[in-house]
Design a protein around this ligand. Structure first.
Ligand SMILES: NC(=O)c1ccc[n+]([C@@H]2O[C@H](COP(=O)([O-])OP(=O)(O)OC[C@H]3O[C@@H](n4cnc5c(N)ncnc54)[C@H](O)[C@@H]3O)[C@@H](O)[C@H]2O)c1
Length: 388
């Protein structure tokens, strides 16, 4: 399968490109093309020291310019990866489907329920797989919690809290050019992970959302909701509070701070599920401060999301749920492509519910659409029109 990646920013550097290089190493994908608007982005990506160390003999075909043109030039029934700013996802996914491509799209799929429905219908009609990369689903702890919750071990979720704060320096990145009040906000950008996870674990559906956002100026003068406090109410009356921001101090350990606690009722006693998703038990003090942005002398690295390990083959091997998520999604594309009835295969994968597809993760678009309305109206409660 040939792979065309639209977008060459942070997530492509940190997770997507190295994961595809690893799949190339394993013989699961062929040529990789990366398309970004500017030559400079592609040059920086190609020069990345970490990626070169890990994959000294790998490279990608660089295409600067419009992602639509790059997608239109792909050979049918291959794979397009959409890693563009949130508000471009719908256009890029549709362009990929029109070019007869399977699609892997970074979260969030789209910002509106109606757009998600159009994608679902179009992909199903053409027998093409669309998968959304909610990689927290592939953190083993999420899969363990899901199995135990569904076996009844926690009773019923009633009240929860989730936090994901990115570092302050994000404000200086390319984010300031697109993660602005009219396009997105801290909840839409990062909070969606925990909303998806609560559904993934409990299978509950969201029914209403309110998001209070605080707007700040980026260094380039544009305005973004860089602090957000959200309340999501679920089909059984449970309530999840989600706090997100681009505010975690650059001098604090770890690349962010994040975690989730769900308080549950077992009928005659309480139950609880708590994940510290940032502090995973590692405490490092380096002799010198590493060069990467936000790096600190005292660090609490996560061995679970995405790391490189030396397995003695002359390069480095990506490990963690960031890699496993991409591997699983590519496996789904291959499964659909090889199926005698591709439409059936798509339905089967959606029904299994492990990977997010447009058909089985509508809750995300519902919450995001309601959240955007709410944050733009100062935090009003917005009901989800047709809860699942
Ligand atoms: N944890 C996660 O799952 C996670 C983390 C980070 C980002 N993301 C998602 O990934 C997407 C990209 O985020 P990022 O952090 O990489 O952002 P970024 O700003 O670093 O990169 C965006 C890229 O898109 C490219 N681009 C923009 N407009 C384009 C166009 N018209 N044609 C071609 N290329 C264009 C830019 O050149 C840039 O390379 C967003 O949807 C974001 O929500 C997901």
């Amino acid at each position: 399968m040939q792979v065309t990646i639209a977008g060459g920013g942070m997530i492509v550097h940190d997770q997507i490109l190295p994961s595809f290089y690893q799949l190339q190493r394993l013989g699961l994908v062929d040529e990789i093309t990366v398309c970004a608007r500017h030559e400079r982005t592609l040059e920086e990506l190609a020069k990345s020291e970490t990626i070169r160390q890990a994959f000294p003999t790998h490279g990608f075909r660089a295409v600067a310019g419009s992602y639509r043109e790059a997608i239109a030039r792909t050979r049918p029934r291959n794979l397009v990866v959409v890693a563009l700013p949130d508000q471009l996802h719908f256009d890029a996914v549709m362009a990929a489907l029109e070019a007869e491509q399977h699609v892997l799209v970074v979260k969030p799929l789209v910002l509106k329920v109606a757009e998600g429905e159009i994608i679902e219908r179009e992909a199903q009609r053409r027998g093409l797989f669309v998968g959304i990369e909610y990689h927290k689903r592939f953190d083993d702890r999420s899969l363990v919690a899901r199995r135990k919750y569904r076996a009844g071990d926690f009773g019923e979720f009633r009240l929860g809290t989730a936090t994901l704060m990115e570092k302050w320096y994000y404000r200086r990145s390319n984010f300031q050019n697109w993660c602005t009040t009219e396009n997105s906000d801290a909840f839409t950008y990062i909070g969606c992970h925990y909303v998806d996870l609560v559904h993934f674990i409990t299978s509950l559906a969201p029914v209403s959302v309110s998001v209070y956002g605080i707007a700040d100026r980026y260094p380039n003068g544009r305005e973004g909701y860089l602090w957000a406090d959200a309340r999501v109410v679920w089909s059984n009356g449970a309530c999840l509070n989600v706090q997100n921001s681009l505010s975690f101090p650059d001098d604090a350990p770890g690349s962010n701070t994040q975690g989730m606690t769900l308080y549950c009722s077992g009928g005659d006693k309480g139950a609880m599920l708590r994940h510290s998703d940032q502090y995973r038990g590692l405490e490092y003090v380096y002799a010198r401060r590493p060069d990467s942005p936000g790096a600190t002398v005292y660090a609490e690295p996560s061995p679970d999301y995405f790391q490189y390990v030396d397995l003695g083959d002359g390069g480095l091997t990506p490990v963690g749920y960031g890699y496993r998520s991409i591997e699983y999604l590519v496996g789904c594309c291959l499964r659909v492509e090889r199926a005698s009835d591709r439409q059936d295969a798509i339905r089967e994968i959606s029904n299994e519910g492990v990977v997010a597809t447009p058909a089985n993760s509508r809750h995300n678009e519902q919450v995001i659409e309601a959240a955007r309305k709410s944050i733009l109206s100062g935090g009003a409660t917005v009901s989800i029109e047709s809860p699942l």
